[in-house]
Design a protein. Structure first.
Length: 284
């Protein structure tokens, strides 16, 4: 079976409590290292990610987690099929609005890994069976993604509503004309675009000591790949557990789960999927 990891976070971001709300920074000028491990089933995959960032408070002498800030950073990640490096910029002008921009360079390993595979048309089948049948045909290639992600968060009593929109532009160096992009699990042309929107309704169902908490709620996502016109829809449940605000040298270690069904998909319609994440931060 092809080793693919579907996008949910990593650029929406991750399925942890720090993915659901802006991470806590206790002082202006704080530098932070973040480490994540993400696993997925249907499509299958594994990703290890490390990032470093620095945050600057805007205006508040004693900033809190939802005080205005600007943050910049660098992210490195690797899977069995590709690696990537990204420059990231984040701005929180208001507690209800978070703006994230990212420029990412991909290196696809080719060969037996399955990335990067080319396809003749936007309606060509690209499920696990088709990818496995073409084992060894993948090209070593480069890719570029520019991403803009606005996040809206509106508390309504005990419910936190979040809407995450992702608009991406993608470019590839392989043969084409269409490419299987592994994070979004869909087909793109060189110089193509992608638009996705996810809405979540989250409730804190448990509070523990040391700022531990568990959030649970449903979500719905719809996405479209530009040139191929492929539309994907998913729905399910999210659970995010923050173990503690601090646990030894770790800050806000957490676990996340996202489980649901592919409501509309050219290869996986009606099938279940699951994403698991582990995340923590280290202050410098």
């Amino acid at each position: 079976m092809g080793t693919r990891i579907g996008w949910l976070w990593v650029t929406t971001v991750l399925t942890t409590a720090c993915w659901i709300s802006p991470s806590v920074v206790e002082a202006a000028g704080q530098s932070t290292i973040e480490a994540d491990v993400i696993g997925a089933l249907n499509p299958d995959g594994l990703m290890v990610r490390v990032s470093g960032s620095r945050r600057w408070a805007l205006g508040d002498e004693q900033p809190g987690p939802l005080s205005p800030y600007v943050q910049g950073g660098l992210m490195l990640a690797a899977t069995p099929a590709y690696a990537k490096a990204a420059l990231q910029l984040e701005w929180l002008p208001h507690p209800a609005l978070q703006l994230i921009a990212e420029s990412t360079l991909y290196r696809y390993f080719g060969g037996e890994t399955g990335a990067l595979l080319s396809f003749p048309s936007g309606d060509a089948p690209f499920g696990d069976r088709e990818v496995d049948a073409r084992r060894g045909e993948a090209e070593s290639a480069w890719g570029v993604r520019l991403l803009l992600k606005p996040v809206l968060r509106v508390p309504l009593g005990p419910v936190l509503l979040r809407n995450v929109t992702r608009f991406a532009w993608l470019s590839f160096s392989g043969s084409g004309p269409y490419y299987l992009e592994w994070e979004y699990d869909t087909l793109f042309k060189d110089g193509d675009w992608y638009l996705a929107d996810m809405i979540q309704a989250l409730v804190t169902v448990w509070h523990g000591g040391k700022a531990a908490e568990l959030l649970v709620g449903p979500f719905y996502e719809i996405a479209r790949a530009g040139a191929a016109g492929i539309v994907q829809q998913r729905a399910g449940l999210i659970a995010a557990w923050t173990v503690a605000d601090k646990y030894g040298p770790l800050r806000r270690p957490g676990f996340g789960l996202e489980a649901g069904f592919h409501l509309r998909d050219p290869n996986r319609q009606g099938e279940p999927y699951i994403l698991l994440g582990i995340e923590t931060y280290f202050d410098l």
